[in-house]
Design a protein around this ligand. Structure first.
Ligand code: R5P
Length: 292
């Protein structure tokens, strides 16, 4: 192993140089994937724009009933026409999501933590690959805790899911967790996203930070950005705009959509930023026009 004291600080990200191994496929890092995996990636990342609007409502897997998600059976079907991908648990999917829809599915396959634990970083793989196949999942989401107590077991979970996914042609989405004691600096996100990508995932989910364009440049697979805690709609649209402008391949928003006073209009405004090149200002005007 390299001597970490002798390592140089990375700085040459060439953020204006496009990814060099794109091939003729719309998704970064996916040129060498097999047909089935590419087809699933195309359910997630629109073939025309190469981007995605994921709707995250998997919060119940560790938070229980969350404000805005009390009735998954009502909230989720209302929003499905306006998002590309549903990120959820198998429990939510089977019970509350009608199967006659065109959304991709990002299936949460790890569990084990809850808000009642002080340390959320210990999880297990809870959903096996046959279940992911049965549910026709387009990717499997695994929480990873870089720099936390549970790092080793979370990377073990991740690698086992990536191996199974490679056997069956289902992409893995590595979620970079940020616990209460973990820093949210670009230094942390460059480290964590790159480690997760080098474990072989096809998609990374992470958070916005300073120098986000460098985080994107150094990560050889698409990055989707989590929305995080509820912000005023204008700020949430600015978050989406900032990360898309800096190279994110989409957003994976939960609370900023389902806790909005107008979730459908908010989802539509986010779409405008992600797929239609709207600025945050234009998208917010669209949102205001739609709700008034
Ligand atoms: C973490 O991965 C969570 O389970 C959510 O999927 C994620 O935080 C996205 O939701 P939100 O935009 O509410 O943060």
């Amino acid at each position: 192993m390299a001597d970490k004291d002798g390592l140089k600080v990375a700085k040459d990200y060439q953020v204006n140089e496009p990814f060099a191994n794109q091939g003729n496929f719309q998704v970064k890092g996916a040129a060498a994937l097999d047909w089935g995996m590419k087809h699933r990636m195309s359910k997630i990342f629109n073939p025309r724009t190469g981007k995605t609007v994921m709707f995250a409502f998997d919060h119940g897997y560790f938070m229980g009933s969350t404000a805005g998600l009390e009735r998954l059976d009502i909230t989720v079907p209302n929003l499905m026409p306006y998002v590309d991908v549903l990120m959820c648990t198998r429990g939510a999917l089977r019970t509350c999501v009608p199967a006659n829809n065109n959304c991709g599915v990002a299936l949460r396959v790890t569990s084990g933590s809850s808000m009642l634990n002080d340390d959320l970083s210990h999880e297990v793989v809870a959903v096996d690959i046959e279940e992911a196949v049965r549910l026709n999942a387009d990717c499997m989401a695994v929480q990873t805790f870089i720099g936390a107590d549970g790092q080793l077991s979370s990377l073990d979970n991740l690698n086992r899911v990536v191996n199974a996914g490679m056997r069956y042609g289902i992409p893995t989405l590595g979620v970079v967790a940020v616990g209460k004691d973990m820093e949210r600096t670009d230094r942390f996100f460059k480290l964590a996203t790159r480690i997760v990508a080098e474990m072989g995932v096809q998609i990374v989910k992470t958070y916005n930070c300073e120098h986000f364009d460098e985080v994107v440049a150094a990560c050889p697979v698409p990055i989707v950005v989590a929305g995080g805690k509820k912000l005023p709609e204008k700020e949430a649209l600015t978050l989406a705009y900032d990360v898309i402008r800096q190279g994110a391949a989409g957003v994976d928003m939960g609370r900023n959509i389902f806790q909005s006073q107008h979730p459908i209009e908010m989802a539509q405004a986010v779409r405008k930023v992600v797929h239609e090149g709207f600025t945050d200002k234009e998208a917010y005007e669209f949102y205001l026009d739609s709700v008034n």
